[in-house]
Design a protein around this ligand. Structure first.
Ligand SMILES: NC(=O)c1ccc[n+]([C@@H]2O[C@H](COP(=O)([O-])OP(=O)(O)OC[C@H]3O[C@@H](n4cnc5c(N)ncnc54)[C@H](OP(=O)(O)O)[C@@H]3O)[C@@H](O)[C@H]2O)c1
Length: 224
């Protein structure tokens, strides 16, 4: 029976590349993001299921898992990848106004936590795997950068969920990419060396395809 993977943030960038690679490797894929159009197109390409969903909304995240299990009867892997950055400054007027900070924090931190909460009962049934997208920004200092702090929170979230999952059969991995060439990068970093979304997808599948007794705790990936 084919294994089933949910990918959040699947409408573009790292999520779409990972869904494509996972489908090539034999997974049935369930694609989640807020924009229905790109999701439907990718679902048609990959013979997957598109579930428009805001990961910061608990009923929608619960529904994502329920629809996956209704359709495919199981859930083996969840890639909690939805997230984005707005530029911030605490000391100056530069960057986005504070009204725009809230949704970033809710998506990157609360959304990842809700995704784990909704998925873990099904993952436990399948001896499954939760992979979270943190960032290299979640282990280093970025002056004035609230996005980096949300990814520090994802670093802690992954470790705390993994600790709770010890002995349950569920594996938990944290992926921490450096700059990746997607719609998600700020214009001021456009000329820096970058990974491709496909590079990151390979790292996700590396963790997922290890034998069941091997947990890849963290992968840090940077452009050489
Ligand atoms: N690009 C980089 O350099 C880099 C480096 C390290 C980590 N990351 C992380 O990698 C992940 C993917 O980002 P990306 O670079 O691939 O950027 P991207 O191409 O902009 O993709 C972000 C994805 O997240 C979805 N999303 C955003 N808010 C959402 C919400 N509230 N609910 C559901 N889906 C939501 C977006 O779709 P909708 O807008 O349609 O909802 C989109 O599919 C993010 O967590 C990001 O922080 C990126």
């Amino acid at each position: 029976m084919q294994q089933v993977m949910i990918v959040t943030g699947a409408s573009g960038g790292i999520g779409a590349a990972t869904a494509r690679l996972a489908a090539q490797r034999g997974f049935r894929v369930v694609l989640a993001a807020r924009s229905a159009g790109p999701l439907e197109a990718l679902a048609a390409e990959l013979d997957g299921l598109a579930v428009p969903c805001d990961v910061a909304q608990w009923p929608q995240v619960r529904d994502l898992v329920a629809r996956t299990v209704d359709r495919f009867g199981r859930l083996d892997v969840v890639f909690a990848n939805a997230g984005y950055s707005v530029s911030t400054s605490f000391r100056t007027e530069a960057g986005a106004p504070p009204e725009q900070w809230r949704d970033m924090v809710l998506t990157n931190v609360y959304g990842a936590a809700l995704t784990a909460k909704a998925a873990l009962p099904e993952l436990q049934r399948a001896n499954g795997h939760l992979v979270l997208t943190g960032s290299a920004a979640g282990r280093g200092i970025r002056p004035g950068n609230l996005y980096s702090a949300t990814k520090w929170a994802v670093t802690g979230l992954a470790q705390n969920i993994r600790a709770e999952c010890v002995g349950s059969g569920v594996r938990v991995s944290l992926l921490q990419p450096g700059l990746v060439d997607t719609g998600g990068i700020p214009p001021e970093r456009a000329t820096e060396p970058k990974l491709t979304p496909h590079d990151v997808a390979h790292a996700v599948l590396y963790a997922v395809e290890q034998p069941a007794h091997v947990n890849v705790d963290e992968i840090i990936l940077r452009p050489a």
